[in-house]
Design a binder for this molecule. Structure first.
Ligand code: BGC
Length: 469
């Protein structure tokens, strides 16, 4: 007989709080060559030698394209009110512009109908990193044209699904696409432009604003963006560490929040590096959104890079450890003007990420302080962790801790309307391949069999309890 401690019940969330789980097309769908889908940057990137750590690719992934009915059944059983998935741009518009692929739209049509029949609200994200390769070959997000193409594609999707979809998300984490895809080259499209990647940020934000306009023109009333955010902790009070942490916070948090929420870039020198009529674009980027989506995983402790030649040498402080080394799965080049440091004293996920639920409270309260009434109601569009195993007690502890932290932020006055777990099921974790398992449902990649984990059962219990009112 097990003697697991019974966790204390969670505090009560509002009755209309939206509970959900998230996935994305490139991480689960597979079927990359079926029914007229065009190639995406991830198809091309993953095919390159040495890009994906376990040598895998997402051609089959979890085969959700064929098994979506079973997956919708898992959502229904779980008891969530909403499901955040992404629409694959190259499935709908194979070349990124021009001809629309009706068969691609049909898939999302079937998915939305199946969700609605199961009593689960569909929450599509229009872009979760899978730029059509044809557009990438013309410059991808480095070109303004891509923002316009994106809005045209948003219009096509809304034209087909808008009669049944109420909630929309434009982009997922433009910060990661900019940093990892165009800056460091560790994600698709694999460009290593460092600070020359900044136009990709601006064009994604512009694409967001134009897509908001396109969705509004189709009658949408609940639109948001999913930005990744986490508190930046400063390694020490020294001037150098403070400046480095400030720059990191500016590039990873403020650069993506402030244009959307305040209609301005957080720094004039930085804005001067951006292409096009930036002031006019900012008016588009700041089109009011109804929800602000935050993907939260962890805080980051940041200091100045170690002095030249000293990288990796300071055992006591960890200074320089990250320079030119692996940090939470990401290789950081030594020339960056900031250096993330290891956060000590907290449990870690199998990915090595620190588990710091209270940083979610800190983040939300700081957003409320920074942006005041300009911050629309928040939805946590992703939060989760990577652990092995089906009896995933650590994931339960992670989710339990983060839900309490979320509730604390709400009690402190932050208006939060929903929470989505990343992820419904194990999936293709980008450059890590299949080695990292974020799912509430285990996927056996040899057979594609789905097995609900202990965390799935736990969440099911939480949702039942919360529904009891
Ligand atoms: C992304 C997901 C990813 C998750 C875990 C987020 O950055 O939106 O696609 O799988 O984090 O790394």
């Amino acid at each position: 007989m097990t003697t697991e401690p019974v966790p204390a019940p969670l505090p009560r969330f509002p009755r209309d709080f939206l509970w959900g789980v998230s996935t994305s097309a490139p991480q689960i769908e597979g079927a990359v060559e079926e029914d007229g889908r065009g190639r995406s940057v991830w198809d091309v990137f993953a095919a390159g030698a040495g890009r994906i750590k376990d040598g895998s690719d997402a051609r089959v992934a979890t085969d959700h394209y064929h098994r979506y009915r079973e997956d919708v059944g898992l959502l229904r059983e779980l008891g969530v009110g909403a499901y955040r998935f992404s629409v694959a741009w190259p499935r709908v518009v194979p070349d990124g512009h021009g001809a629309v692929n009706g068969a691609g739209l049909d898939f999302y049509d079937r998915l939305v109908d199946a969700l609605l029949a199961a009593g689960v609200a569909p929450v599509p994200t229009l872009f979760h990193w899978d730029t059509p390769q044809a557009l990438e070959e013309r410059g991808g997000w480095l070109r303004r044209e891509t923002a316009e193409r994106f809005a045209a594609y948003a219009d096509v999707v809304a034209g087909r699904l808008g009669d049944r979809v109420e909630r929309w998300i434009t982009l997922n984490e433009p910060a990661e696409v900019t940093l990892l895809g165009y800056g460091l080259g560790q994600h698709a499209p694999g460009r290593q432009l460092l600070f020359d990647a900044l136009p990709a940020a601006h064009h994604q934000l512009l694409g967001h604003g134009l897509a908001v306009q396109a969705l509004r023109a189709r009658g949408a009333t609940d639109i948001g963006i999913a930005n990744s955010h986490g508190p930046t902790w400063t390694a020490s009070a020294s001037e150098a560490d403070t400046a480095a942490a400030g720059l990191y916070d500016l590039l990873l948090n403020r650069l993506f929040a402030e244009p959307v929420l305040l209609g301005r870039y957080p720094d004039e020198e930085l804005a001067a590096l951006l292409p096009g009529p930036v002031a006019e674009d900012l008016q588009v980027i700041a089109e009011p959104v109804d929800r602000y989506g935050i993907n939260y995983y962890q805080p980051t402790l940041v200091g100045a890079p170690a002095a030249e030649g000293a990288a990796g040498t300071d055992e006591a402080t960890g200074a320089g450890k990250a320079a030119g080394t692996d940090f939470g799965g990401i290789r950081l080049p030594p020339e960056l003007p900031f250096a993330p440091r290891e956060i000590e004293g907290y449990p870690r996920t199998d990915f090595g990420w620190p588990v710091v639920p209270e940083a979610l409270t800190e983040l939300l309260v700081s957003f409320r302080e920074r942006y005041g009434d300009r911050l629309p109601p928040v939805v946590i569009t992703e939060n989760g962790c990577s652990y092995e195993g089906i009896e995933d007690r650590e994931r339960i502890a992670f989710l339990d801790g983060h839900l309490r932290a979320l509730h604390a932020a709400m009690a402190a006055g932050v208006d939060v309307r929903g929470y989505f777990v990343w992820s419904l099921m194990d999936n293709f974790e980008w450059a890590e391949g299949y080695a990292r398992r974020f799912g509430l449902v285990h996927v056996d990649y040899a057979t594609l069999k789905r097995t609900p984990k202990a965390s799935y059962r736990w969440l099911q219990g939480v949702l039942r309890e919360q529904a009891r009112g």
